[in-house]
Design a protein around this ligand. Structure first.
Ligand SMILES: Cc1cc2nc3c(=O)[nH]c(=O)nc-3n(C[C@H](O)[C@H](O)[C@H](O)COP(=O)(O)OP(=O)(O)OC[C@H]3O[C@@H](n4cnc5c(N)ncnc54)[C@H](O)[C@@H]3O)c2cc1C
Length: 442
């Protein structure tokens, strides 16, 4: 029998995890072709590269030797231009056709810039790809004035690095509060105060109208206040899944490629994973795009296992954002903004500590947590809250107590046996092999 031909489009987190899951299972029995316009690397570590905590080689997930060792035929620097679902072949940007038995769409997302004059000008950068990270890194000197447009999660992942590199930072956000898709008003206010006390200028509720040049510097014009002068502008104004190339393919697309619990699209031999996929949401049971690293890892592994012939059903991803900014830990999980949920809130006046638990009946459906990183309870509780939201444990017996004291999460976590339930759980039905130990048969 001819070896099965898997074609993976996109070599980011989802694509690479699919490849290693396939090889973990089939030990090299199939053909894998990777079509990717960039060599495999992890975007999530780019903030550490910017902060000079790691070098460029640590951003890479698989170099040419590793790809060859896993018997992956890599078509790097090439883009998928079109999927011919009826003919089971991929058409590349140079016209080459790559036939497949199954195809994985793992094309991730791209940054979006608002259509303001000057948005594409010199010294205006997105921070999404390695070349963009290089450009930002190369443009910063101690004392550089940096205007960050957008105060969402991605912007926050690079604040530490920018400050550690000596940048003088102004954060501009169109929404009335910072981190508008991650935390509520109360938490956003604490974070804003924390940043301001550490020298970061924070201006929510402002709309950028233009970015102009003035004698080598940039001037960010605002509809709602005085302009901001900067040496460098970073646009962190959202992302959009890379779906355009699927037009006319017959693959069902909503916010992302709609996939079932096996990460399969409406076309049975086409799978999708990561930022580009709209998969099961663990908390709501509906489908959602969760453009975060853990979802890309899990999607990739589940898609890869199914492509390799295992029947693996994915229990769904948990929306979570965790970021440490200048030693303040900020986290939110699941339905943290569910207006119909019952909320238990603990806001401390004496220190930056805030917690909000959201219940639907006896179930914790979402949470927000904020506290100093050095306060160990904050760090530990992040994991426990995540576990409680993920398992959907019945907390009816604990609810009154948690409503009165949302800090008491540990007792509820232990008493309900949540750790016992989580520990034996595996994504693919067995202990996973560390990536470096995945090999193929000679
Ligand atoms: C600065 C930064 C910090 C982040 N921090 C965190 C964090 O702390 N926690 C977290 O959970 N998430 C974080 N993320 C998000 C996380 O990196 C993404 O969710 C993750 O990379 C998604 O993986 P993916 O494989 O779906 O897509 P990607 O990693 O984007 O990979 C997709 C690949 O496909 C390629 N591609 C696209 N179109 C085509 C085409 N037509 N043909 C060929 N190739 C194509 C792309 O160029 C890319 O190489 C961060 C992201 C950034 C940029």
């Amino acid at each position: 029998m001819a070896a099965k031909r898997h074609v993976i489009v996109g070599g980011g987190t989802a694509g690479w995890n699919a490849i290693t899951a396939i090889r973990e299972i089939d030990k090299g029995a199939s053909e894998i072709t990777l079509v990717a316009d960039e060599a495999p690397y992890a975007r999530m570590v780019l903030p550490y590269y910017l902060g000079r905590q790691i070098g460029e080689s640590h951003v890479t997930t698989a170099g040419p030797q590793r790809l060859a060792a896993l018997k992956v035929a890599a078509r790097l620097g090439r883009r998928a231009a079109r999927a011919d679902a009826a003919g089971s072949k991929l058409v590349l940007d140079n016209g080459d056709e790559v036939p497949y038995d199954d195809l994985l769409i793992a094309t991730g997302s791209s940054p979006v810039r608002p259509p303001v004059p000057g948005a594409e000008g010199a010294n205006v950068h997105s921070f999404w790809t390695l070349p963009q990270a290089r450009a930002v890194s190369g443009g910063i000197k101690p004392g550089s004035r940096v205007a960050m447009i957008g105060a969402g999660f991605i912007a926050f992942t690079i604040l530490n690095a920018l400050v550690s590199r000596g940048a003088r930072l102004t954060v501009l956000e169109i929404a009335p509060r910072i981190l508008p898709r991650m935390v509520d008003d109360a938490a956003a206010q604490i974070v804003q105060g924390w940043l301001e006390a550490r020298g970061v200028v924070v201006r929510p509720g402002v709309q950028v109208t233009a970015i102009e040049d003035k004698g080598g510097a940039k001037v960010v014009k605002l509809k709602d206040g005085p302009p901001v002068e900067a040496d460098l502008v970073i646009m962190a104004t959202g992302i959009r899944p890379n779906l355009g190339w699927l037009e006319g393919s017959g693959v069902e697309v909503k916010a992302g490629v709609v996939v079932d619990a096996r990460m399969r699209s409406n076309v049975p031999n086409i799978y999708a994973a990561g930022d580009v996929a709209e998969g099961p949401d663990r908390v709501t049971g509906a489908k959602a795009v969760h453009a975060i690293e853990p979802t890309a890892v899990q999607h990739g592994r589940v898609a890869g296992a199914n492509m390799a012939g295992r029947e693996v059903a994915y229990p769904g991803s948990l929306l979570m954002n965790i970021v440490d900014v200048l030693d303040l830990e900020i986290a939110s999980f699941g339905a943290w903004d569910d207006a119909g949920a019952e909320a238990a809130v603990d806001l401390r006046a004496d220190r930056p500590a805030y917690r909000k638990l959201l219940f639907r009946g006896g179930r914790l459906v979402g949470a927000i947590l904020l506290g100093r990183t050095r306060e160990i309870w904050a760090t530990n509780d992040v994991g426990m809250l995540k576990g409680l939201v993920y398992t959907g444990k019945d907390l009816s017996a604990w609810k009154a107590r948690l409503r009165a004291r949302p800090q008491d999460i540990r007792l509820a976590y232990l008493a309900t046996g949540t750790a016992r339930e989580l520990l034996p759980q595996t994504l693919l039905g067995g202990p996973s092999v560390p990536e470096r130990d995945v090999t193929v048969n000679a």
